[in-house]
Ligand binder design. Structure first.
Ligand code: PLP
Length: 414
């Protein structure tokens, strides 16, 4: 995403040096053209409907960009539903998923007349029917299946194994069909699955395709008119130069082979794939120190700005903006949070750095800012979108005084 020209670091036509003159670190920068080209190549290759999983990056400007490109939205809360609608995603292009939907959530989704509510349990199925009955409406639903497939990713991001909390266990389908027979206010038109994130193995996708095709046939044989089969997200993203990218062409070939004569539409719901490589996090070195022979660079971004390394041991490449020194040092890059897990990278070689220098933490467009927090009462990072020669702040977080002011002191303390 970064082009190096005359010792400067460019995102499209804007230099990082210019952005950092205008805004304090830490901040995220996203490239509009990178998001656009990634979306278009995915859409053109797969040639299915795409529902952007907005949990990956739910900034209003990013959702609006996706909507303008023609993407639908996959949302997992009323907050995300509200974001999608506010950003201009047509309600008929919104799918509401999520493992814990309350009656209130369901009523809200029905009121917004969205494409589908994806059901994650038999209990929820009955709840949706009750809410729809109360509103005197028949609501379109999909069933999120738990296909019992190991996505071969890390445990914390697998969602499609039998023992994971997501989706309806396919062993319970008979029970579900019995219950469905008596529900008058739901219209079952879709099935879906999502087996986890960061899937690179084409064999895993083949398993997903085959299982979903077989399951769709089970529903069709039961008399349900399945119009739509959603194959989930999880498309693998390259976080390291030397890793192989997901082979989309092969994925498409397998998709065609499996679903060559089926009567329903197909879709995917990727989040990470569309935005991860289109974002970077810029941080400043606030302290340099050596403890026990380890050279630390302490940065103003930390696990409160980007939690993936601390939470998932996720790898992000880190580049120093200032490469003036000929001396190379092995650094551990750590945030300012009072937790030993607040570390971005260990033992990476960089030209010698000093306080005030900028570092770029790469490929942070997905699950970055959305998972940031005010832990240690630190501020959230700013977000900036670059488009050609322009850049604009797309999220200006509250300052410390503003978020302290949100706390309510009970009257009994007065
Ligand atoms: C139901 C569902 N769909 C799609 C996604 C998007 O996954 P990814 O960002 O890996 O594509 C997720 C991620 O957790 C999810 O839970």
């Amino acid at each position: 995403m970064i082009n190096h020209i005359n010792n400067k670091h460019f995102i499209e036509g804007v230099s990082l040096e210019d952005i950092s003159q205008a805004h304090p670190t830490p901040f995220y920068v996203y490239s509009q053209s990178k998001i656009t080209s990634t979306y278009e190549s995915l859409k053109n290759t797969l040639d299915t409907e795409i529902f952007y999983a907005i949990k990956a990056n739910s900034n209003q400007a990013i959702i609006k960009l996706m909507a303008s490109l023609g993407a639908g939205a996959d949302v997992v809360s009323v907050g995300e539903l509200e974001r999608a609608i506010t950003a201009g995603v047509s309600s008929k292009k919104i799918i509401f998923e999520g493992i814990g939907k309350t009656k209130k959530d369901i009523a809200y989704a029905i009121e917004k007349n969205i494409r589908l509510i994806n059901v994650e349990s038999i209990d929820e199925l009955e709840r949706i029917d009750k809410v729809a009955l109360h509103q005197n409406i028949k609501v379109d639903i999909g069933i999120r299946l738990n296909p019992n497939i190991d996505g071969k990713t890390i445990d914390k991001i697998t969602t499609g194994k039998k023992t994971d909390k997501f989706g309806i266990d396919t062993d319970q389908l008979e029970e579900m069909f019995q219950i469905l027979k008596d529900l008058q206010n739901v219209n079952l038109i879709s099935i879906s699955c999502h087996v986890g994130s960061q899937i690179f193995s084409i064999n895993v996708f083949i398993k997903i395709f085959q299982k979903m095709k077989n399951n769709a046939q089970i529903f069709i044989d039961k008399g349900y008119s399945i119009k739509h089969v959603d194959l989930g997200g999880g498309l693998g993203v390259k976080y390291q130069e030397n890793k192989e990218a997901l082979n989309l062409k092969l994925l498409k070939e397998e998709l065609n082979k499996c679903f060559n004569d089926t009567p329903y539409k197909l879709s995917f719901e990727p989040g990470r794939y569309l935005v991860a490589n289109a974002g970077i996090l810029i941080t400043s070195v606030i302290t340099t120190k050596n403890n026990g022979g380890i050279n630390f660079l302490i940065t103003d971004a930390g696990m409160h700005s980007l939690i993936r390394p601390a939470l998932y041991q996720a790898h992000h490449e880190i580049e120093a903006v200032n490469k003036d020194s000929n001396e190379f040092i092995n650094y551990t890059i750590a945030g300012p949070i009072c937790e030993s897990s607040d570390i971005f990278a260990k033992n990476i070689g960089l030209p010698k750095q000093k306080v005030g220098n900028l570092l770029v933490i790469k490929d942070t467009g997905a699950y970055g800012k959305v998972m940031a927090s005010n832990y240690n009462s630190r501020g959230l990072p700013l977000e900036i979108l670059v488009n050609n020669e322009d850049f604009v702040v797309i999220h200006q977080p509250l300052n410390v005084k503003e978020f302290i002011a949100l706390d309510q002191i009970p009257e009994w303390f007065n």
